[in-house]
Design a protein around this ligand. Structure first.
Ligand code: GAP
Length: 459
């Protein structure tokens, strides 16, 4: 990552090159919503596939589910979300803007640790430090009130309170309510894990910082059901496993750090975030690892009446498993990868020639190779090569403009290889492959092209 990078460069690249567009743009947008374009959708899918590989495929006793977003509302009473999933908000009496009290304090003094304060302590702090309204500069705030973050909607034909249902604010409950089903149907023995990739929704009122904070987002959540007493070992293990996962995706080790929580969510005994150093935003959470104890399964046992205990077949012990959760924000991971990969390289200072390049790992790159015929006359043969490669991975075809311009277009979207088919190719059966990062070129027989590219796509 270029250390002077600002988020607006990323936003512009994403918008102009088909990664991420403002949501409902032709209607003036909708705050904190973004749509993934063709390249953004590919990048997102590549991250999902990498997660699936590390968390489901390569791990013994790990099972993926795909639960519904809409769940019985009792789930959210049991989970504690109806009662306490809220943000501390206050309004500026002067300009009527609404803010999160903890954000006001964090922006005023990042060392103040608003996350460890009660509502009353936050109010006293804002008053004592005379923190001004970020919008109008006045200091005239209402009391702090808790606003529930869940989106609610109504099912059926009437809008009465009985038919209220919620859009899930986290994936986790889909894994918990299926714990018995997965255990029985897959003959799973503790410790085992259930993972899920899916959408979650939160009524966030604070400005989003691009896709960092949105009202609709995707999580990749991983819940490990373990014996009470083994939880801390799993908790420490998954903190490190998560950090390694991010490094494997391509995030630099010195742009990642752990942040242990002082103030814990209602369900957690221990909690730690992995944070990434975003341009313009600073350190921001991309993962959370939580020791949730037996809170969730005990509550679901209480609210559903189902027996959630586990009988150890070897020791005959019966207990409610503890849950260690490791949750990954997919959109924030994608944003971090884009920020990490973005670079502006000065090629020729005198000519003010700068190339924008995304140094994405080839496994993450939306397009793996771009096939370029040197002349339009060579188009049919070059297209044959494109079609053959496209049976195995995503390939682009570009015959517009000079080769130099085509290289730059490929660099900007992170395509690791450009394959040029020239007049010699007709006779020697070889193509020129140019590497995105080193810009070096090698001549390769067409028959070896696929394996040459695939070698670099391993994750
Ligand atoms: N099941 C636990 C849970 O949901 P969380 O820390 O609230 O924990 C998990 O969320 C991850 O989801 C975060 O680490 C973050 O990456 C992502 N996330 C949370 N809120 C988000 C939002 N409004 N927009 C984008 N990503 C978000």
């Amino acid at each position: 990552m270029n250390e002077e990078l600002t988020m607006d460069r990323i936003v512009n690249l994403c918008r102009n090159r088909g990664f991420i567009f403002p949501g409902s743009e032709i209607y003036g947008g909708l705050a904190n919503t973004w749509d993934y374009g063709p390249l953004g959708a590919r990048l997102k899918n590549n991250v999902k596939e990498a997660w699936r590989r590390r968390f489901i495929q390569e791990r013994h006793n790990s099972f993926e589910v795909d639960a519904d977003i809409l769940m019985n509302p009792r789930v959210w009473e049991a989970s504690g979300h109806v009662g306490s999933f809220s943000d501390p908000l206050l309004d500026c009496r002067s300009c009527k803007m609404r803010f999160r009290a903890d954000n006001l304090i964090d922006e005023f003094d990042p060392e103040a640790h608003a996350d460890a304060m009660t509502k009353e302590q936050m109010f006293d702090y804002i008053k004592a430090h005379h923190i001004p309204c970020p919008n109008c500069g006045k200091h005239d705030f209402t009391d702090i009130r808790e606003f529930n973050l869940m989106f609610q909607t109504f099912r059926g034909v009437t809008n009465d309170a009985k038919s209220v249902i919620y859009l899930r604010p986290e994936n986790a409950q889909g894994e918990y309510v299926n714990y018995l089903n997965v255990m029985r149907s897959m003959r799973a023995k503790v410790p085992f894990s259930i993972g899920q990739i899916g959408k979650a929704f939160r009524n966030e009122i604070t400005p989003g910082n691009f896709t960092f904070r949105t009202i609709e987002f995707e999580q990749m959540e991983f819940q490990t059901f373990c014996k009470p007493g083994d939880d801390i070992e799993h908790y420490e293990y998954f903190k490190n496993y998560g950090r390694q996962f991010f490094e494997d995706l391509g995030l630099a080790a010195d742009h990642l750090r752990f942040h242990d929580h002082e103030k814990l969510a209602h369900y957690a005994k221990a909690a730690c975030d992995i944070e990434y150093l975003f341009p313009s935003i600073g350190w921001g959470e991309i993962n959370g690892t939580h020791d949730r104890t037996d809170f969730d399964l005990s509550r679901h046992q209480e609210y559903s009446g189902e027996n959630m205990s586990y009988l150890d077949p070897y020791t005959n012990e019966r207990y409610i498993p503890y849950i260690v959760e490791s949750t990954y924000g997919l959109d924030r991971t994608v944003l971090a990868l884009l920020c990490e990969a973005y670079d502006e390289e000065v090629i020729d200072e005198a000519k003010n020639d700068v190339r924008v390049v995304l140094h994405l790992k080839p496994a993450m790159a939306p397009i793996k190779a771009s096939v370029l015929p040197l002349s339009k006359k060579l188009g049919a043969k070059a297209m044959e090569i494109r079609d053959e490669l496209a049976k195995h991975f995503m390939v682009d075809y570009d015959d517009a403009g000079s080769i130099g311009k085509r290289y730059r277009r490929a660099d900007e979207i992170g395509t690791p290889f450009c394959v040029t088919y020239d007049f010699d190719s007709e006779t020697d059966g070889c193509v020129t492959v140019r590497d995105r990062d080193s810009m070096e070129q090698v001549r390769i027989p067409v028959a070896e092209l696929r394996s040459y590219i695939e070698k670099s796509l391993q994750f």
